[in-house]
Design a protein around this ligand. Structure first.
Ligand code: UD1
Length: 361
């Protein structure tokens, strides 16, 4: 069996790493790693290869940044050539970024089987580009590997064949559990002069929060307010720092208690999450990572494709209005007791289950 595994953007790397590791146990499976180049900064890509000790990609498509149509099309043009040359039996894609849908579309049209890891997530909000990527990728996939029963339900509601749907657990949590002990030894707390549970962590990168001046200003005003009470660490996605510069909002994040940093490496960021009093984010993956770590998370969006994180008790979806952010954060700071639950099969063995199913078929 010849498999091509595709990665492209930052959230793909922790999802593919366990599958690359698992493949080593199956020498009859020939595996190629393709990096589309959607993300290319050292901090957004190479640092993850170093942290996870991933092999260098066999093929790098080097597509880089552009509009959605151009980026997606460039991945498709380049990836079709790879599929023609290597004729894989299966293409594995993860998550919901533009590279995911582009490669799934190429493979499906060439009658190559597609496996989608993290299938079935739905925000039911088509203003999010990822929602469109998820819908199309799932429709085209032959193997739909899900991380929760809610995802199975979403796929069945869309008429997808139940035989294609496999509840295997959360692949990203394989990576988190594998590296948590190492991450806890990171010196990032000392480096940023932080104390355990005495700081909050903030990440922002969704276009709905950072591409709109009013939305971004509102969030940063709320953050300034909270910074009067607690230190806030803010590792900035390149899109976010560009927008802060463009909108002239740099002064909003100059505060003795706001610690601005470049995007951080996996271990450093995991160490910060594990020690934070609160995480504020618009990311999808961080909602799940905080669930496993048992850290309160406020999601600065109007919806989530990961409702299980809310059910488990760690996550609240609160939108991006400043008053609501301040009020919700203060409620968490005042909480004394906190008992989150853990979702089924978020146990570090998802890659193993996926390979078992692939090899059986
Ligand atoms: C992408 C994914 C999003 C994911 C996020 C994680 C899509 C539609 N979006 O969003 O789901 O949560 O990655 O980061 O696929 N840039 C750099 N260096 C890089 C990469 C990007 O400077 O290495 C800048 C460029 O100005 C670029 C912008 O960030 O135009 C946006 O990058 P892009 O890949 O289009 O989307 P993300 O916002 O990163």
């Amino acid at each position: 069996m010849k498999i091509i595994k595709v990665v492209g953007a930052r959230p793909n790397f922790p999802k593919m790493a366990p599958l690359i590791e698992e493949a080593k146990k199956h020498p009859l499976v020939e595996s190629l790693l393709v990096h589309t180049g959607q993300h290319y900064d050292e901090a957004m890509s190479q640092s993850f290869f170093d942290d996870f000790r991933l092999p260098k990609p066999d093929i790098h498509l080097g597509v880089g940044s552009d509009t959605h149509a151009v980026q997606t099309a460039n991945v498709m043009i380049a990836f079709e050539k790879i599929c023609l040359e290597h004729r894989p039996d299966l293409v594995i894609v993860v998550g919901d970024v533009n590279s995911t849908v582009a490669c799934a579309l190429v493979a499906a049209k060439m009658q190559i089987k597609v496996a989608h890891v993290e299938a079935g997530l739905r925000s039911y909000d088509r203003t999010m580009p990822e929602e469109i990527n998820r819908l199309i990728t799932d429709q085209l996939s032959d193997y739909l590997f899900t991380h929760s029963m809610e995802a199975n339900d979403n796929l069945r509601r869309e008429g997808l064949d139940a035989n294609k749907i496999h509840f295997v657990g959360n692949i990203m949590i394989d990576t988190l559990l594998k590296h948590l002990a190492t991450a806890r030894q990171s010196n990032i707390l000392q480096r940023l002069q932080l104390e355990e549970k005495k700081f909050s962590l903030l990440t922002l990168h969704r276009p709905s929060n950072v591409d709109n001046l009013d939305a971004l200003r509102g969030i940063l005003l709320a953050v300034r307010d909270l910074a009067e009470r607690i230190k806030i660490v803010f590792p900035m996605h390149p899109r976010t720092s560009q927008k802060i510069d463009k909108f002239g909002l740099g002064d909003f994040i100059k505060h003795r208690n706001i610690v601005n940093t470049e995007p951080l490496g996996y271990f450093e960021f995991l160490c910060l999450m594990a020690n934070a009093k609160l995480v504020l984010t618009d990311s999808g993956g961080i909602q799940e990572e905080t669930t496993i770590l048992g850290i309160p998370c406020l999601t600065l969006r109007n919806n989530t494709e990961r409702p299980i994180t809310v059910e488990m008790g760690t996550n609240q979806v609160i939108g991006n209005q400043p008053e609501k952010i301040i009020q919700s954060a203060n409620q968490i700071f005042d909480l004394s007791k906190y008992e989150p639950k853990r979702p089924a099969l978020w146990d570090g063995r998802t890659a193993e289950r996926i390979y078992k199913i692939l090899l059986k078929k």
